[in-house]
Design a protein around this ligand. Structure first.
Ligand code: KIV
Ligand code: ZN
Length: 503
């Protein structure tokens, strides 16, 4: 970590991101995201908070066993049992880090801990000293740093660095700071902490005032060289600073920042979808970098400008962040398997040969229904195939009748562990009837908690993508499915969800 113009990317999607209300991910989903983060080129993956639950411990351990190129990090309070849990969980990792935190602001000292500054300083020192016996890569965070008395903040940082902290992270825990103020905090640390040259300064900014990314960048301008962030900006309350926005700001405005990261930005679009699918948080269309409208031009003047010279209205190239081309037909119904496979390869989509066969069949069926097949359609097909490959319950057939004057009736045929099961049901609407029929076939009791539908591409024949949350036996699970038929997309989303808990 020597290059002074390099910014290290610390991803906390699996830890702070998962703290977003309703964002719980399964162990399998966390592993898939960790592998995608590794492909993206993230320097440090914060995989969880091992002491918080057995599930979190296991997830951190699973990530530690499977990630080879990124550091795997676990979070701990300044307590021995938390530190021990991280040491155990990250043990299998090739590169490992512990992240220890302790609140330092007056409001936290008085109300949370009822301790004075010296007692807090001693706790921080003891925690780092203890961790240092087992690990050499130690990050320390004075929680609520941006609201901490500066003199005390400097004392804490100097002390933990003396004990062996190699990164000091400066959280704007409640998203209260402004860019100028946060930049000044980092500049103050650079100037006032005597041994700061022995540690990397990190930013960790929440988005309560919508300033998470701006504050992180102000911190970097003042000398921070690690940024903590999440994919799609998910996280506690309003979320954390969004990785894709920070990285693309540094890259697009290289002339201004003069800094670089090792991120392979072409992976952003895919990983954004993966995180959205795992958490059930739909990416808003106007989200910078990865939103559906981020590279679309509606105004005639803009369209005309882009056609004449793209840079008139585009500051980034959509392909640079992996956003599929919108500009025309990618494949049609006459395209062969070779062209299909080639296109998947160009999009960086990997499937085993059997998966390609199945995806190609799906593509042909879709091409019969839909005139134009775009890259987004291919992504949806491949994601669906990847999901199907892991499912024990599969949809074989779906027939429904519905109308304003007739009661909806749905028949589903499912393959449940190789056995064909057919059920019929009526309901309050075709989706309700469909879900009742599937629940009866799988012999489960489930309650639909949330349902959203989005179109994957534009046009009347677009693929519809349904995202749902269901409660099965008291456990909340998420599902997603895509089809040109919204009842079929709804059925697939439901089957995707119940597969996660079906035994
Ligand atoms: O926001 C925060 O303060 C945190 C710490 C645990 C680093 O997430
Ligand atoms: Zn945080």
């Amino acid at each position: 970590m020597s290059d002074k113009n390099r910014v290290y990317i610390f991803d906390t999607t699996l830890r702070d991101g998962e703290q977003a209300p309703g964002a719980t991910m399964t162990q399998q989903e966390k592993l898939e995201i960790a592998l995608a983060l590794e492909r993206l080129g993230v320097d440090i993956i914060e995989a969880g908070f091992p002491i918080s639950s057995k599930g979190d411990f296991d997830s951190v351990q699973t990530v530690a066993k499977n990630i080879k190129n990124s550091f795997v990090c676990g979070l701990a309070r300044s307590i021995v049992k938390d530190i021990d849990a991280v040491i155990d969980a990250v043990k299998p990792a090739k590169h490992k880090r512990i992240h220890i935190f302790l609140a330092t602001s007056k409001i936290h000292l008085e109300h949370k801990f009822k301790k004075n500054e010296d007692e807090i300083l001693n706790m921080a020192v003891a925690a780092v000293k203890y961790a240092r016996k087992h690990m050499d890569n130690i990050e320390f965070s004075p929680e609520d740093a941006s609201r901490t008395d500066k003199a005390f903040l400097y004392r804490v940082l100097e002390a933990v660095i003396r004990e062996g902290a190699t990164t000091v992270n400066i959280p704007d825990t409640v998203g209260y700071s402004t860019p100028q103020e946060y930049g000044a905090v980092i500049a103050g640390i650079c100037n006032q902490v005597p041994n700061i040259n022995k540690a990397v300064i990190s930013t960790h900014c929440h988005d309560d005032l919508g300033l998470g990314v701006a504050n992180s960048l102000a911190g970097v301008v003042s000398g921070a060289r690690q940024v903590e962030c999440t994919i799609n900006g998910i996280g506690e309350r309003a979320g954390n600073a969004s990785m894709e926005e920070i990285v693309m700001a540094l890259r697009t405005r290289q002339d201004f920042f003069g800094l670089s990261t090792r991120i392979n930005a072409k992976e952003f679009y895919r990983i954004s979808r993966l995180v959205s699918k795992a958490t059930g948080f739909v990416v808003p269309p106007n989200k910078a970098i990865v939103g559906a409208n981020a590279f679309r031009h509606e105004s005639g003047i803009h369209q005309d400008g882009v056609l004449k010279e793209r840079r008139t209205y585009e500051i980034m190239n959509p392909e640079d962040v992996g956003v599929p081309s919108h500009e025309g037909l990618v494949l049609g119904k006459h395209s062969g398997r070779h062209a299909f496979k080639d296109r998947l390869k160009r999009l960086g989509l990997q499937l085993p040969e059997t998966g390609i066969d199945a995806a190609f069949e799906r593509f042909k069926t879709l091409a019969d229904k839909k005139k134009e097949i775009y890259d987004e359609d291919l992504l949806a097909i491949v994601e669906d195939e990847e999901t199907l490959a892991k499912e024990t319950i599969r949809l074989l057939d779906l027939v429904y009748t519905s109308g304003s004057k007739i009661a909806p009736k749905v028949t589903v045929v499912l393959d449940i562990q190789g056995k064909k099961v057919t059920k019929q049901s009526s309901g309050d609407g075709p989706v309700d009837a469909c879900y009742k029929a599937i629940a009866a076939a799988a012999k489960i009791k489930a309650k639909l908690l949330d349902y959203t539908i989005q179109s994957v591409t534009q046009g009347d024949d677009a693929l519809g993508e349904v995202s749902i949350k269901v409660s099965v036996g008291g456990k909340n699970v998420l599902g997603r499915g895509a089809s040109t038929d919204i009842i079929e997309a709804s059925a697939k989303a439901y089957i995707h969800a119940i597969n996660k808990v079906w035994k």
